[in-house]
Design a protein around this ligand. Structure first.
Ligand code: WTA
Length: 640
């Protein structure tokens, strides 16, 4: 890597082998983005070519209109010609003594078709919703692809989510089928997943539950409803004709947290998503046939969908999925996996990188990471120190570090530096992907100059993979994304600024969504949950900085009746665990007499946050009850 001032550039060798070698791609993409994407779409196999590339009916839009395709034909069938016996998927189990599982492209093709045939036999049709509540097993990949094969819409639910979180997602999408497992390993323990299912599907429309036998734990069984995976695919054929999907037919739904505690059932369609997942992987990770790609994200998140499953398959590369936690049974595990398989391309989140950094000296000295060629980061801003650590200690200063910005809504990466072009600037994500138009606006909608912070927006024609709606809720769709600046400008809810080279730095979210270890959680959602406790009058939740997780929630609670802090803590944490899962444990819970409020009764979370971090409080004249400040400060200091 070459260094000029504070920027890094790929050296000659890196550049020469990259798919994209120079800046001209940005000029081409900027000139006529619609034509640009229209050309790129030709790299995909279509049953019928699109008639028109883009149609805009604000706030709705369509890509590759009239095109017919199936994403699995591109991900599987297409690879059978030259890569039939090439490894598609490597599965690394959590227990060290257990064997990994390896599936070639042909293996995966057959497994997908068998499950697809079984689903059809069980009555699943095009457009039906199928819930997938599986840990990181090959079966999760097979399930997603089997749904896509027959045109069913998959709704993957993160396996660490609680039964209540599962229920909401199944109810909102009216899924009638669920694919799950008996259990799985997490930090040496067996998690009984089926137990969550039995609870979570009560009150939903789920009629059949397909169960993968993974951990062999004891589970309860309901005859005629529960079916073993192994039994249903046993007699199925290896061939299943891919359903002909319209470019705008829905491929999947993925739930995310929006503002004010609401859930967003985000809709992604087939054509645009396929093109974007394919081309962003190809150019950002510079996918080549000999690559071994490890995207560490769980498949329950957007990153796990696009770069953990679809993009590597669309590009015919070998990819790895890992059942366990990267620091279990020892902090070396992630590094051992990279060395064991010769991972070439490693994509993870700042929260994981900060955790690796904690064990800095020992691990980075011990491992040479000679196989690594490209490093990626996603999910939250990566600060300069962590960027440098990742670049120097893991990438050994030779691997381009692509800091990729995107959202569940965008379907794929939209801002980043390209590995063969650069520049790579610590803490900056980079330039908009070729053919994508961004701007940074003030509150009134004026475009802001260099170095000025403002709201990050996407301008038409947006991106082929951008969401097409919120399932059965056009109101939420319009309000969340298309109301801030009218219906022709997509509002990302992120604050950003650009430097003189146009490189974008993401500052954070504008709304009340926080990122805990990269997971999107709305503070309103947490407040809703906590308020359900019968002894809570009101509460306020906010995110505060945390050295590993990025942000963690802290909670201020006003109680109706006296109760010990210990008891409140225990009950509130249990409540969150039940409703969401173990991933968002609050760092601190404080019992206070009153919360700082404006005269109109709005809780001033900003002031609470500053009290916690010790920053100057700013103007308190807006408060109706400034006398509560001292008491809250005392509580924070005494942790009582
Ligand atoms: C944040 C994850 C800074 C951002 C794929 C965005 C980032 C939200 C980056 C979406 C990055 C994502 N640098 N911030 N490279 N990538 N974000 O839906 O606030 O889980 O709006 O999608 O994560 O989170 P989501």
């Amino acid at each position: 890597m070459l260094k000029k001032n504070k920027l890094y550039y790929p050296g000659k060798e890196l550049k020469n082998k990259a798919w994209v070698k120079n800046n001209s791609i940005y000029i081409k993409g900027g000139k006529n983005p619609i034509k640009f994407w229209g050309e790129l779409a030709k790299e995909i196999l279509w049953f019928k070519s699109p008639k028109k590339t883009f149609i805009h009916q604000p706030p709705y839009f369509k890509w590759f209109v009239g095109g017919k395709l199936n994403i699995t034909q591109n991900a599987l069938d297409r690879n059978l010609k030259e890569r039939k016996n090439k490894v598609a998927l490597i599965w690394e189990p959590e227990p060290l003594e257990e064997q990994s599982r390896i599936l070639t492209y042909y293996d995966l093709y057959r497994e997908v078709n068998r499950l697809a045939n079984a689903l059809k036999r069980l009555g699943v049709k095009k457009g039906d919703r199928v819930g997938i509540y599986l840990p990181m097993l090959p079966e999760v990949v097979i399930s997603m692809l089997a749904c896509a094969r027959i045109g069913a819409i998959h709704i993957v639910v993160f396996s660490a989510f609680s039964s209540a979180a599962l229920k909401i997602r199944l109810q909102d999408t009216k899924a009638e089928m669920l694919i799950t497992a008996d259990g799985y390993y997490r930090r040496g323990k067996i998690i009984n997943l089926k137990q969550s299912v039995d609870k979570g599907i009560k009150g939903t429309k789920v009629k059949k539950v397909i169960v993968v036998k993974r951990a062999g734990n004891k589970i309860s069984w309901k005859k005629n409803r529960d079916l073993w995976w192994k039994d249903i695919i046993e007699k199925e054929k290896d061939e299943c004709k891919p359903e002909v999907m319209d470019s705008e037919d829905t491929l999947f739904i993925l739930t995310e947290s929006g503002t004010a505690g609401q859930y967003l059932q985000i809709l992604h369609t087939t054509g645009g998503y396929t093109v974007q997942a394919y081309i962003t992987g190809k150019w950002v990770f510079d996918f080549k046939d000999e690559d071994i790609f490890w995207c560490m994200a769980d498949v329950g998140w957007a990153t796990g969908h696009t770069y953990g499953v679809y993009s590597p398959l669309l590009n015919g590369v070998t990819f790895l999925i890992f059942e366990g936690a990267p620091d279990w049974p020892n902090p070396h595990r992630w590094a051992q996996i990279i060395e064991k398989y010769g991972v070439t391309t490693f994509y993870t989140a700042p929260t994981a990188i900060r955790m690796f950094e904690k064990y800095n000296g020992k691990i980075s000295k011990k491992y040479k990471f000679e196989s690594l060629q490209i490093l990626g980061s996603v999910g939250e801003p990566i600060n300069e120190a962590t960027w440098h650590w990742y670049f120097q200690k893991v990438g050994k200063g030779r691997c381009p570090l692509v800091d990729t910005w995107w959202q569940t809504e965008t379907g794929g990466i939209l801002i980043t530096s390209l590995p063969g072009v650069g520049p790579f600037k610590p803490a900056f994500t980079g330039l908009p992907f070729p053919g994508i138009k961004f701007d940074i606006l003030d509150e009134k909608g004026n475009s802001l100059p260099v170095n000025k912070e403002g709201n990050l927006v996407i301008l038409p024609p947006f991106a082929p993979g951008l969401l097409r709606g919120i399932y059965k809720s056009p109101k939420k769709y319009k309000k969340t994304y298309w109301s801030q600046y009218g219906n022709k400008i997509y509002f990302t809810s992120d604050v950003a600024y650009k430097d003189k080279n146009g490189l974008i730095r993401i500052v954070g979210r504008v709304d009340d969504v926080i990122k805990v270890a990269g997971h999107r959680i709305s503070t309103g959602e947490l407040e809703n949950i906590l308020s359900k406790h019968s002894n809570v009058i009101e509460c306020a939740v906010m995110g505060v900085p945390h050295e590993i997780k990025g942000e963690v929630p802290i909670v201020f609670v006003v109680l109706k009746k006296k109760m010990s802090l210990e008891k409140v803590k225990k009950e509130l944490i249990k409540k969150i665990r039940e409703e969401i899962g173990p991933i968002v444990k609050p760092k601190e819970i404080y019992l206070v007499e009153d919360l700082p409020k404006t005269r109109s009764g709005k809780i001033m979370r900003r002031i609470l946050k500053r009290l916690f971090t010790g920053e100057p409080l700013g103007d308190l004249s807006v408060l109706a009850n400034p006398e509560c400040i001292d008491e809250i400060r005392k509580r924070i200091l005494s942790k009582a």
